[in-house]
Write a protein that binds this ligand. Structure first.
Ligand SMILES: [Fe+2]
Length: 336
């Protein structure tokens, strides 16, 4: 019971403090195992078994987050174990797979934590369908609305809002913060935004009057708006709704729908919060309740820029079965 006190709800964000893990727990993350890139399924099964042995307060926090979320729609695990020698490993160029990183502690953190929320999946269009994706600033993409961008704010979005099998959770593990330690992961939950919306705007946002766009990383390199499906912005329980929102790529189909979307944009701008991720921090985002983005920062392209690893989690693998090869995690839904 004593360990339950390590979970605290602050006014900023619900934090699970992992900095005081005992040696047995740390070794769950550090002990060598199969490769996540070559023996993927075995790696994932092994991580799920290891996760069963994590301290009770960690499993409890993840269970509560999975079952009933929280008002922010995010859970931050702070100070997880990191790969030995990570300090000297270069941030992968062009966010490709790292050829220098020979251990898989960060991948294990993502897979172990993710296994308590659901199942890891990937999308064929992103990073060759890797389950563990390196996010880093990409030279020449500084002002693009994508994970390779840096010098402009990454606008609020639900991850892959246009996709029929969008993840229920998004996991971001920080291997390295930016040089100036200014980059913030921003987030805004519908729980906080909803009270700022009028009844009329809420009612309109529940109607399928919004056309989304396909992400830059899914092939929409001209960032054309309105080439995705038509959706409602809010859905589910009117008093505790889920949220489909992309500040950049979503368009309203009528003037009154546009006014409601603008009201939501204003509400998000008022209620958003941010968290500065440090090495060993893993941020779990409830992708149905909370949109996220990133503040601007300045990359140096010196091999030690900001480096996150990202994974996507779905609660039910069966939903995307028709668009996956049997036994694989890669979702292959095609877009025009
Ligand atoms: Fe994102």
């Amino acid at each position: 019971m004593q360990q339950l006190s390590a979970v605290s709800v602050s006014t900023e964000v619900q934090v699970v403090d992992c900095r005081e893990f005992d040696e047995a727990t740390i070794s769950l993350f550090l002990a060598p195992g199969t490769s996540p890139y070559h023996e993927t399924e075995e790696f994932l099964l092994d991580c799920e078994m290891r996760a069963d042995e994590m301290p009770r307060f960690v499993r409890r926090a993840l269970l509560e987050f999975q079952v009933r979320s929280n008002p922010d729609g995010i859970l931050l695990l702070q100070g997880l174990p990191i790969d030995p020698g990570l300090y000297y490993v270069h941030t992968p160029i062009n966010a490709q797979r790292s050829i220098e990183k020979k251990t898989f502690v960060s991948e294990r953190c993502l897979a172990m934590i993710g296994s308590r929320l659901g199942h890891l999946v990937s999308y064929i269009q992103e990073k060759n369908g890797d389950l563990f994706q390196n996010l880093a600033p990409v030279q020449g993409q500084e002002r693009i609305q994508s994970s390779g961008g840096s010098k402009t704010r990454l606008q609020f979005h639900r991850e892959t809002v246009f996709h029929p099998y969008a993840p229920e959770y998004l996991l971001l593990f920080c291997l390295r913060s930016d040089h100036d330690r200014v980059a913030e992961t921003t987030y805004a939950s519908i729980t906080h935004a909803l009270p700022l919306l009028s009844e009329q705007h809420r009612e309109i946002l529940f109607r399928p009057l919004y056309r989304t766009g396909i992400d830059y990383s899914f092939g929409n390199e001209q960032t054309v708006k309105g080439n995705g499906p038509v959706l409602p912005v809010l859905y589910g329980n009117p008093r505790d709704p889920f949220l489909n929102y992309d500040e950049d790529l979503m368009e309203a189909l009528t003037p009154e729908a546009d006014a409601a979307l603008e009201a939501l944009k204003d509400a998000v701008a008022q209620v958003y919060r941010s968290v500065k991720l440090d090495t060993g921090d893993l941020l779990c985002i409830d992708n149905r309740r909370t949109v996220h983005g990133r503040s601007a920062f300045t990359p140096r392209y010196d091999g030690f820029d900001r480096w996150l690893q990202r994974s996507f989690v779905v609660r039910d693998l069966g939903e995307s079965a028709g668009d996956r090869y049997p036994g694989e995690r890669v979702i292959r839904t095609m877009f025009e």
